[in-house]
Design a protein around this ligand. Structure first.
Ligand SMILES: NC(=O)C1=CN([C@@H]2O[C@H](COP(=O)(O)OP(=O)(O)OC[C@H]3O[C@@H](n4cnc5c(N)ncnc54)[C@H](O)[C@@H]3O)[C@@H](O)[C@H]2O)C=CC1
Ligand SMILES: O=C(O)CCC(=O)C(=O)O
Length: 527
C-alpha cells in the first residue's frame, strides 16, 4: 500500500481519484506542528500541500520513501524545490486550476480599493452612515500596471479592459507583438511603475522578484497611485509600502498575501487605506476542486509509474512529444547502464548523439534517462529522472547532447559516449521496427545485441581459438550461451566478444575468463 499524506485542507471531491485508488492509502492530517509533520512523513511516498505547510529539506530527510510532493495550487515557495531535486523527489503543482478565481479576486480587490467598499461596510456595520468619507474613483480611463503577465496577469488584463481601463504590462517574456495581440501596452518595469494609477503584481515569489516593488520603485509611481498584491507577500516590500501609505504617496493598497502568514497582527492592517483578505485568491469551490483534482491525478499517475502533467522540477513534455519519446526510454537507460559497466576510470564527460527520426525531437528527456542509467552504477537508486543532471553537475561531470546526421543506415540511432580520465568508450543503439531494441555498435565494433539479461563483454586480441576457449570455459561452469557476437578491427588486431548467457556470471568464472591468453578485459553485466 502506498501512503499519500495530505497536510492542508483540500476539496474532498478533488482528491476522489486518490481516495478511490485501491493501492493507495490517503491520510488527511492537517494543522500539524512541525514535530508532528516530521513523524507523519516517515513512511509516505507522496505529500500534498496548499500554501500553509512548509516542506523543507528537513521534512524530506524524515521521509525516506518520498517520491513526490504535490502543491494544490501555483506558488511553490513553501516547498524547498532545490532540496527536492537533490533528493530525487519530483514536485508537481496545479498551475491552471485557480487562475480564474485569483484573477476574479484581484478584480474584487481592485473595485473595493477604488470604491472603499470594505471600509464603508465596516462603518455601516457599526451603525455609521458615512457618505462623504468614502468618495471613490472610477476605473474607466485609469491605467492598470501589471507586473507579471502570466496566466493570472493576462486574465486580470482582460477583465480590466472590460472596465475600459488602459493596461500596461511588464514581463520578461512579453514583447510588443504579443502585447498588441491582447490589446495591452508592453512596457519596462519603470514605464509600468510611472504609468500606473493602479499597480498589481502577478509574478511568482523568487529571488528576482523579492522586494521587486521597493522604496525606489514606489518613488517612481504617481502620487496617489494604488497598489495590489494578490500574488505573494514579499514581492512588495512591506516596510516601503507602509512608509508610502503613511506619507500619502500611495493612496491605498489591497493585499491578499503577506510576507508572513497568518498576518493578523500586521502593522499595515492598522491603516484605513489598506484593505486585506487572508490569502483568499484561490479560495473558491471551483478552484479548490480543480487544483485538488489536477494534483491528485498527477500523483496517482506518478505512483503508478507514469509521467506527470505539471512537473515543477522537470521540464514538462507535451503528450504528443511523449508519444514519440516513450519507446526510447528503456533503450536510453540500457545504453547508459551498459556503457557505465564496461568503462574504466573517473567519469568526466557524457555525450549523447541522436540521429534519424530523433533529429526533430526534443531529446533532453532521453539524455536525462541515459545519464541516470550511467550514474546508477555509482550512486544506486538515489539517482532518478529528477536529479540525474543535478547529480552529474554536482560531481563535475559535463553533459553534452548533439544531433547528428550520421544514421549508419538505421532509421533512428542513439549513441552514448563516456569520457573518463582513462579512456573514451561509446555505444550505439536503435529501435528496429518490430524487433525491439538493439545495441548496434560498441566502440568501433559493429554488433547486434539485445540489451537485456546477463551479458559478458570481452576485449581480446583476434587469435584462432579464442572463441573456442571462452565457449569451453563457460560450458565447464554449466553456463549456456544464448547469443554471441564478435567484432574486430583487423585480422589479428583488437576484438570484442559480447555474449548473452542464461544466468548471472559468478566471480570465479569471470576470473578464469580473464585468465585466458589473449583476453584483456572481461566485464559481466545484468541489464
Ligand atoms: N493569492 C492566491 O491565492 C494565489 C496566488 N498566486 C500567486 O500568483 C503567482 C502568479 O500565478 P500565475 O499567473 O498562475 O503564474 P504564471 O507562471 O502563469 O505567471 C507568472 C509570470 O510572472 C512572470 N515573471 C517572473 N519573474 C518576473 C519579473 N521579475 N518581473 C516581471 N514578471 C516576472 C513570468 O514570466 C510569468 O509570465 C503565483 O506564482 C502565485 O505565487 C497564484 C494563485 C493563487
Ligand atoms: O492554497 C491556496 O489557497 C493558495 C493558493 C496560492 O497561493 C497559489 O496557488 O499559489
Amino acid at each position: 500500500m502506498k501512503r499519500v499524506l495530505i497536510c492542508d485542507p483540500l476539496s474532498e471531491d478533488g482528491i476522489r481519484p486518490l481516495l478511490d485508488a485501491e493501492e493507495i492509502e490517503t491520510v488527511v492530517q492537517t494543522s500539524m506542528s512541525h514535530e508532528e509533520l516530521l513523524k507523519a512523513v516517515k513512511d509516505v511516498e507522496a505529500i500534498i500541500v496548499r500554501s500553509q505547510t512548509q516542506i523543507t529539506e528537513e521534512v524530506m530527510k524524515h521521509a525516506p520513501q518520498l517520491k513526490v510532493i504535490g502543491r494544490a495550487g501555483v506558488g511553490v515557495d513553501n516547498i524547498d524545490v532545490d532540496a527536492a531535486t537533490e533528493h530525487g523527489v519530483i514536485v508537481v503543482n496545479a498551475p491552471d486550476g485557480n487562475t480564474i478565481s485569483t484573477a476574479e479576486h484581484t478584480m474584487a480587490m481592485l473595485m473595493s480599493l477604488a470604491r472603499n467598499i470594505p471600509q464603508a461596510y465596516h462603518q455601516l456595520k457599526q451603525k455609521r452612515w458615512e457618505r462623504k468619507k468614502f468618495v471613490g474613483v472610477e476605473l474607466k480611463g485609469k491605467t492598470l500596471g501589471i507586473v507579471g503577465f502570466g496566466r493570472i496577469g493576462r486574465e486580470v488584463a482582460q477583465r480590466a479592459k472590460g472596465h475600459r481601463m488602459n493596461v500596461i504590462a511588464f514581463d520578461p517574456f512579453l514583447n510588443d507583438e504579443k502585447a498588441e495581440k491582447v490589446g495591452v501596452q508592453n512596457g519596462s518595469l519603470e514605464e509600468v511603475l510611472k504609468a500606473a494609477d493602479f499597480l498589481t503584481v502577478h509574478t511568482p515569489l523568487i529571488e528576482k522578484t523579492k522586494h521587486l516593488i521597493n522604496k525606489e520603485a514606489i518613488e517612481l509611481m504617481k502620487p496617489g497611485a494604488r497598489i495590489l498584491n494578490c500574488a505573494r507577500g514579499g514581492i512588495i516590500e512591506e516596510d516601503a509600502l507602509l512608509e508610502a501609505i503613511q506619507s500619502g504617496k500611495i493612496a491605498g493598497a489591497a493585499l491578499d498575501v503577506f510576507e508572513e502568514e497568518p498576518a493578523t497582527e500586521h502593522p499595515l492592517l492598522d491603516f484605513p487605506e489598506v484593505i486585506a483578505t487572508p490569502h483568499l485568491g484561490a479560495s473558491t469551490v471551483e478552484a479548490q476542486e480543480n487544483v485538488a483534482t489536477d494534483v491528485s491525478y498527477d500523483i496517482l499517475e506518478l505512483l503508478r509509474g507514469g509521467t506527470v502533467k505539471n512537473p515543477v522540477n522537470l521540464p514538462s513534455v507535451s503528450s504528443e512529444m511523449m508519444e514519440k519519446l516513450s519507446p526510447y526510454f528503456r533503450l536510453s537507460e540500457q545504453l547508459g547502464a551498459f556503457l557505465s559497466k564496461v568503462v574504466e576510470g573517473t567519469l568526466e564527460r557524457i555525450h549523447v548523439y541522436y540521429s534519424g527520426e530523433l533529429l526533430d525531437v526534443d531529446t533532453m528527456p532521453l539524455t536525462r534517462i541515459s545519464v541516470k542509467g550511467i550514474l546508477k552504477r555509482h550512486i544506486g537508486e538515489r539517482v532518478n529522472d529528477v536529479n540525474a543532471f543535478r547529480t552529474a553537475s554536482d560531481k563535475g561531470i559535463e553533459i553534452n547532447e548533439q544531433k547528428s546526421t550520421s544514421t549508419k543506415g538505421f532509421t533512428n540511432l542513439i549513441t552514448v559516449e563516456i569520457e573518463t580520465d582513462q579512456e573514451k568508450r561509446s555505444i550505439a543503439g536503435t529501435l528496429l521496427n518490430g524487433l525491439g531494441a538493439r545495441i548496434v555498435q560498441l566502440d568501433h565494433y559493429s554488433v547486434d545485441v539485445v540489451p537485456e539479461g546477463h551479458l559478458i563483454v570481452i576485449q581480446h586480441t583476434d587469435q584462432p581459438g579464442a572463441i573456442g576457449r571462452v565457449g569451453s570455459l563457460l560450458a565447464g561452469h554449466d553456463m549456456n550461451i544464448a547469443t554471441m557476437q564478435v567484432g574486430r578491427t583487423n585480422l589479428g588486431g583488437d576484438a570484442v566478444m559480447v555474449l548473452t548467457v542464461d544466468r548471472e556470471v559468478e566471480g570465479k568464472c569471470r576470473e578464469e575468463l580473464a585468465g585466458i591468453a589473449d583476453i584483456r578485459k572481461v566485464k559481466c553485466l545484468n541489464l
